[in-house]
Write a protein that binds this ligand. Structure first.
Ligand code: ZN
Length: 463
């Protein structure tokens, strides 16, 4: 008898749950503007598992065939508001396009867009735009498609930032182990898609949609990835305390632990074109930095790369104006080679280089006296990958792998070769995986010695 009661109770609970879900996803068709508002107000809450801030405005636009309702925070800063409004317009356009494509124009549709901005607690603002498209089916409005977009901004500057500027490089691993467990427990086998594990792995393509709320990371999984399409977009909340080491104490600042191994990757001869753009992208994606020694004359062609390098926190050094052997020049000529390049770099990035790598590592007392008089530091290298000679990604990568201990060392490559870009795409994650922090040359000196690089000093490695 007890068993029967328990069984009946479970039925009641399940039934209640089912009824609740049904009442949310199936709504009677609205007939006028007032009924549409009621419908939209309910729709905002459907499958939205994050709290909306207090100060919101809602804009309802009733239309027989395609009605829209947009809800957004009113206390958001100007830069983010502008960005958000543009994105919301894009989303509504996209919904219209879906309706048009499916030629279901004579049916009623509603596009409900919910957006909110959250403070992360570490200097970021997260924006989420959650779009739901409903379609008339029989006598009800049924949720047809969901879409979530998330964006991060620096609280200080208002600039867009990347996931790895707010979270540490280990965040995907942490999130993956949490989510694997979560889906196993919270979702039945029949709800999970056959290849669901693919979408919770540590792969770079996963965990790019999230929200930082100050104490929780909320990850979004697109419709029909992890689970059955009927589940829509799935939200998984992970309290900071469970992935504490993955949340950066402060955004944009790469966290450097002076007691952990670090290495400085350097690239000469640029700014380069596509090859260097690939290297920059790889660095950015991995939350890593490098030092680029640029030739002044090339800045007029590839200045964009220099700007991007500076933006993502890379250091830019001087590699002369057009790559002469400095030791063969007069002091005046040497000075001109360096000064012109420094000025170009300052113009583009706002920062005057403090480091110089003399072309060919060609160096004597005369050259050094000029460099010293200009308050600059010379940087040579510990490991020459000889990428310019082999032009072979495997060999370039191997030369790094062959080095036993790279802590405190400076690796030399050239950003103007595609093969170097290919090798870098392997080397950068490999170094991180093996416990190396990628730092700029100045950071290497600073964190290893506690001092800043000195004028006239010649650096090959730091022990
Ligand atoms: Zn060079």
């Amino acid at each position: 008898m007890r068993k029967l009661i328990a069984f009946l109770m479970i039925l009641v609970i399940l039934g209640g749950g089912f009824f609740l879900i049904r009442s949310l996803t199936h709504t009677d068709i609205y007939q006028d503007s007032r009924e549409f508002q009621e419908f939209a107000d309910k729709a905002f809450y459907e499958k939205t598992l994050f709290n909306i801030n207090q100060n919101v405005s809602v804009d309802y636009k009733y239309d027989e065939a395609f009605a829209t309702a947009v809800r957004k925070d009113t206390d958001t800063g100007e830069l983010i508001s502008e960005f958000r409004d543009k994105k919301i317009k894009d989303r509504i356009k996209k919904c219209r396009a879906i309706v048009k494509k499916e030629k279901s124009k004579d049916l009623k549709h509603a596009c409900v867009v919910d957006s909110t901005v959250h403070q992360s607690g570490n200097g970021a603002e997260s924006l989420v735009i959650y779009t739901k498209l409903y379609e008339e089916q029989g006598s009800e409005m049924v949720l047809k498609k969901t879409d979530v977009r998330t964006f991060l901004f620096s609280e200080e500057s208002g600039n867009r930032i990347k996931p790895l500027q707010a979270l540490n490089v280990n965040y995907r691993a942490k999130a993956s182990s949490f989510c694997r467990n979560y889906f196993n427990k919270a979702f039945g086998k029949e709800k999970l898609n056959r290849d669901w594990r693919k979408y919770v792995s540590e792969d770079d393509s996963n965990y790019n949609k999230f929200l930082l709320t100050g104490n929780t990371v909320i990850f979004f999984f697109d419709e029909d990835t992890v689970a059955d399409p009927s589940c829509g977009t799935i939200t998984v909340k992970i309290p900071y305390k469970y992935i504490l080491s993955a949340v950066r104490p402060k955004v944009l600042e790469r966290y450097i632990n002076k007691n952990q191994p670090m290495v400085a990757v350097t690239y000469d001869d640029g700014p380069g074109g596509k090859s260097e753009a690939r290297i920059l992208e790889c660095l950015e994606k991995n939350g890593a930095v490098a030092t680029f020694f640029y030739q002044g004359y090339r800045l007029q062609y590839f200045g964009d790369n220099a700007v991007k390098a500076a933006e993502i926190g890379c250091e830019i050094g001087n590699h002369s104006w057009d790559h002469p052997q400095l030791s063969l020049l007069s002091k005046k000529q040497i000075e001109r080679q360096i000064k012109r390049t420094n000025e170009e770099i300052k113009d583009l990035t706002g920062v005057t280089p403090e480091l110089i790598r003399p072309p060919y590592g060609d160096f004597n007392n005369k050259v050094n006296s000029v460099i010293k008089s200009m308050g600059m530091t010379s940087v040579l290298w510990t490991l020459d990958t000889r990428d310019w000679e082999s032009r072979n990604p495997k060999k370039i990568f191997q030369s790094v792998k062959n080095s036993k201990n790279l802590d405190g060392k400076i690796i030399l490559m050239h950003s103007i070769y595609d093969e170097t870009a290919t090798a870098s795409e392997q080397i950068i994650p490999w170094l991180q995986k093996h416990g190396y922090q990628l730092v700029t040359v100045s950071e290497l000196v600073k964190y290893k010695t506690g001092k800043t690089p000195k004028a006239g000093q010649v650096i090959r490695s730091i022990r």
